[in-house]
Design a protein around this ligand. Structure first.
Ligand code: 13P
Ligand code: SF4
Length: 358
């Protein structure tokens, strides 16, 4: 498919923004989809032409072109979670990955500015490992149902109820909750972190389904909490079995935030990065990624040999991040993510301890 050459006639409401000044852009650029813009963004189009409709591409290309220029001006990097939409994931991200990779690589960058294309707890983690850098989140409303399910007071109560039992908190929590924990974990290292503590019983909070899955992988007794991911909790075992009846060559890969009957019906369970690695390594003929909707789009753009079955459960929080929002954040250097100094030190220790173990 040739790259679309028509300029958009109206602004896309999802990405509409005031035009950047030519001075800021460093040339006589206007907000028009010119052959120069098409040429500068041709590498992204090459990757996305099967994923993004032709008619939408000019809008995205303008934003991608502007964001690339702003990143260079600001000495900025964009960290994007695997659930970001393809135009962000493949178009402007410098570092992509699961929560663990983003936390780890946020600490490696030399950039002065980090834009978190993900949810708020991810931006807080980036700030914890980079206290002296400017960390931006394009939409401060990008939350997480797991992070919202537990407070620092809840953790203190749990400790009082289970004296001496170490607390492992999933990275999908606020910095204030992390500060109450002994160590963090992500879905890719939860089993290893739990076992590294050398305890007979461990509190693993707040995702009840992650805790239930970890309990099947270890002899350590796991005490959980009643949190749920609003996206993964919607999948059911019946749904998975229904897809299997329709496609006899189907490989099912589930995220550990899914309910136990979904995980039992799957062929493999792992973090978002582990799910992606599985697809690239095994190249299944047909796959169902039981997780957030955009992941299939992002992986499909790089796995032409695999067909994707796509039930679409969107994370409304991840979807608050748009190219327009990233562009505005880079133009204004706002909104900046801060962490209360009263909790930052303890929360950082919980994250660093996880990174040491993992
Ligand atoms: P991962 O760490 O597997 O990327 O998961 C993060 C998340 O929010 C899943 O819903
Ligand atoms: Fe939170 Fe679920 Fe969205 Fe992940 S997919 S950010 S766990 S609400």
């Amino acid at each position: 498919m040739a790259q679309p050459t028509t300029a958009p006639r109206t602004a896309d409401p999802r990405t509409a923004r005031p035009a950047a000044t030519p001075e800021a852009a460093g040339d006589a650029r206007t907000d028009a989809y010119t052959p120069e813009v098409a040429e500068r963004t041709a590498d992204v189009w090459e990757r996305l032409k099967g994923t993004i409709p032709d008619i939408e591409w000019p809008f995205f290309a303008l934003e991608i072109d502007a964001i690339r220029r702003l990143k260079a001006e600001r000495n900025a990097v964009v960290l994007a979670h695997n659930y970001q939409t393809p135009e962000i994931f493949h178009g402007v991200a410098d570092i992509v990955g699961d929560s663990l990779a983003l936390a780890r690589r946020a600490g490696d960058t030399d950039a002065e500015v980090i834009v978190q294309a993900g949810v708020h707890f991810m931006a807080e983690t980036a700030k914890l490992v980079n206290p002296d850098k400017t960390v931006l989140i394009p939409d401060t409303g990008a939350g997480c149902s797991l992070a919202d399910s537990i407070t620092p007071a809840d953790v203190r109560q749990l400790r009082a109820r289970h004296p001496g039992v170490p607390v492992v908190t999933y990275v999908n929590t606020s910095a204030a909750v992390k500060a109450e924990a002994d160590v963090c974990c992500t879905s890719s290292n939860a089993v290893r972190v739990v076992e590294a503590l050398g305890a007979r019983r461990v509190l693993l909070i707040p995702d009840q389904y992650l805790a239930a899955w970890v309990a099947t992988q270890t002899d350590v007794e796991i005490i959980g909490w009643q949190g749920q991911c609003e996206v993964h909790a919607r999948f059911t075992g019946d749904q998975i079995r229904g897809y299997r009846r329709n496609f006899d060559d189907l490989t099912v890969i589930a995220h550990p935030e899914c309910p136990p009957d979904v995980i039992q019906a799957a062929d493999f369970t792992g973090s978002t990065a582990q799910m992606i690695d599985f697809v690239h390594a095994r190249q299944p003929a047909r796959v169902l990624l039981v997780t957030e909707c955009s992941m299939s789009d992002n992986v499909a753009a790089e796995a032409p040999e695999t067909r994707f079955v796509r039930p679409c459960n969107l994370c409304p929080h991840m979807k608050r991040i748009t190219l327009g929002g990233i562009r505005r954040a880079l133009e204004t250097l706002q909104p900046q993510v801060t962490v209360d100094p009263a909790v930052a030190g303890r929360a950082r220790r919980a994250v660093e301890r996880m990174l040491e173990i993992a």
